[in-house]
Write a protein that binds this ligand. Structure first.
Ligand SMILES: *[C@@H]1O[C@H](CO)[C@@H](O)[C@H](O)[C@H]1NC(C)=O
Ligand SMILES: *[C@@H]1O[C@H](CO)[C@@H](O)[C@H](O)[C@H]1NC(C)=O
Ligand SMILES: *[C@@H]1O[C@H](CO)[C@@H](O)[C@H](O)[C@H]1NC(C)=O
Ligand SMILES: *[C@@H]1O[C@H](CO)[C@@H](O)[C@H](O)[C@H]1NC(C)=O
Ligand SMILES: *[C@@H]1O[C@H](CO)[C@@H](O)[C@H](O)[C@H]1NC(C)=O
Length: 425
């Protein structure tokens, strides 16, 4: 965890020690197992938060209310330096009012509009990620646009990142008048513009971040794909001059145990590849990306984020549904704390953590893996499209072949990724 740039050190030594203690606790990754009495000992360090604690201090009644609120909810106000977003639980709340639906937001791809595509249940929309130790603020579209005032925000990565981009656009677009917004979609680069705010929210397609022979003309057979693990140069002209960059890359690396990798320059073109173990290739590729960021990004102007891997749910035995077919027909998240399945590769996470840790430019990690791992029921499943067409009834009846357990319905889980992103922005 790195402090965001420009944050002043706390003035009082005691406060610093307190903060360090807390961070040290976070590093043990066992904070959720600490009793609340252990957390209470840290009370003088942080501003305590209670949902309705904004009334005047002199009001005795409200002071009492506050005490009651403390008893009910002893979580801290969200502070990105102190709060862990990975430890929490999903709480169902049917009175949530989603900021958009797949019929109100015109910018969603058919791939993710599950309700429109015939998904019969909608419970999956009404879950909130509740942190163990802090109160994660709801996504506030006005605040988001204020933060983007005069700025360019660009999501860079694969189709999951495209989902996060569409989610972000839909979360803010409803408060912008019709004549104040525009959308330009391209194969590689898409731009949503909020004119009144002089802001753009963009997506740039680079599924491996590094170059590959499958970036634009996608090669169906993973064995034919070759990565230039030492080069990002074809992409980076689209990464320069952006104020907020949000990267991801994971799923495209996971098509087999090895991946064809090329580095340096070869007279015989793509024939000089070497088959590397996926985590090895991933490490070199991410390092290439990190070197570019460290050598190019002006930290006075640009903030860099990295969204961690989005887990897949291909094996229902992982969450003890032995008769299930992948994520098909699931209607409830997994409730078992710290549930992990096979759709998450720990080795790849270690690579991300290692590389980001050593970077000169502070990279804020949007750590969505654990919270998404619980949501076996929130994928597009058979309520998606294939080649631009919604699955027909025959295909819907064959989830083994057609259920998509990678991508997420929108509205849905990526809205929570953006809630976390905005809280860290
Ligand atoms: C559920 O959502 C409503 C409306 O946003 C909110 O007032 C309420 O506190 C939430 N309930 C829980 C248990 O979080
Ligand atoms: C809009 O933002 C850009 C930076 O992204 C800035 O250069 C430009 O001056 C701004 N325009 C207005 C009209 O504020
Ligand atoms: C960033 O800002 C600081 C303080 O304003 C300044 O000293 C430094 O030179 C700037 N760095 C760049 C790369 O412009
Ligand atoms: C899926 O759920 C529906 C409705 O609950 C049920 O009729 C159907 O048998 C289920 N299919 C499978 C393969 O479990
Ligand atoms: C993300 O959180 C998980 C725990 O849920 C942790 O194991 C992992 O190291 C974190 N990833 C990064 C890049 O910080």
């Amino acid at each position: 965890m790195k402090p965001p740039r420009g944050k002043l050190p706390l003035p009082i030594i005691a406060a610093v020690i307190c903060a360090l203690t807390f961070i040290a606790l976070l590093y043990t990754e066992r904070i959720s197992f600490l009793s609340s009495s252990a957390i209470l000992k840290l009370k003088p360090c942080a501003r305590r938060h209670a949902a309705k604690s904004t009334k005047s201090k002199t009001d005795e009644r409200s002071a009492q209310d506050n005490l009651l609120n403390y008893a009910a909810d002893d979580r801290f106000e969200f502070d990105p330096n102190e709060c862990s977003v990975v430890h929490g639980k999903w709480v169902s709340n049917s009175s949530i009012k989603p900021l958009y639906s797949d019929s109100t937001c015109p910018y969603l791809d058919r791939q993710v509009t599950c309700v429109k595509n015939g998904r019969p249940d909608s419970d999956y929309i009404y879950w909130e990620w509740q942190l163990d130790d802090c109160v994660l603020p709801r996504f506030n579209p006005k605040l988001a646009l204020q933060k983007l005032q005069g700025k360019r925000l660009r999501f860079v990565g694969d189709s999951l990142q495209r989902g996060q981009w569409q989610s972000f656009v839909c979360l803010v677009e409803s408060i912008i008048p019709k004549d104040q917004k525009s959308m330009r979609r391209g194969r590689v680069h898409s731009v949503f513009e909020a004119k009144g705010y002089n802001a753009t929210i963009e997506f740039y397609w680079a599924p491996f971040l590094v170059e590959s022979n499958s970036d634009i003309h996608i090669i169906g057979d993973p064995k034919q794909r070759i990565l230039r693990v030492d080069s990002v140069s074809k992409h980076v002209k689209h990464w320069i001059g952006v104020d907020i960059l949000v990267f991801n890359t994971y799923i495209w690396w996971m098509s087999g145990p090895k991946i064809k990798s090329l580095w340096g320059s070869f007279a015989n073109g793509e024939e000089g590849f070497e088959e590397l173990d996926v985590p090895v290739a991933y490490r070199i590729g991410l390092k290439t990306w990190a070197n570019w960021v460290d050598s190019t990004v002006d930290t006075n102007r640009t903030r860099v984020f990295f969204t961690t891997m989005s887990p897949t749910h291909q094996r229902s035995a992982d969450w003890n549904n032995k008769g299930g077919i992948k994520c098909y027909n699931e209607t409830k998240p997994v409730m078992k704390k710290r549930h992990w399945g096979i759709g998450f590769d720990k080795r790849m996470m270690v690579v991300v953590a290692d590389i980001v840790e050593k970077m000169k430019v502070p990279v804020t990690v949007i750590n969505i893996t654990q919270l998404s791992e619980y949501r076996v029921e929130a994928h597009t499943s058979v309520y998606t499209d294939l080649g631009g067409k919604i699955l027909n009834d025959e295909q819907k009846a064959d989830p083994l072949h057609y259920a998509d357990c990678l991508h997420w319905c929108l509205p849905g889980v990526p809205d929570t990724w953006n809630q976390i992103f905005l809280a860290q922005l």
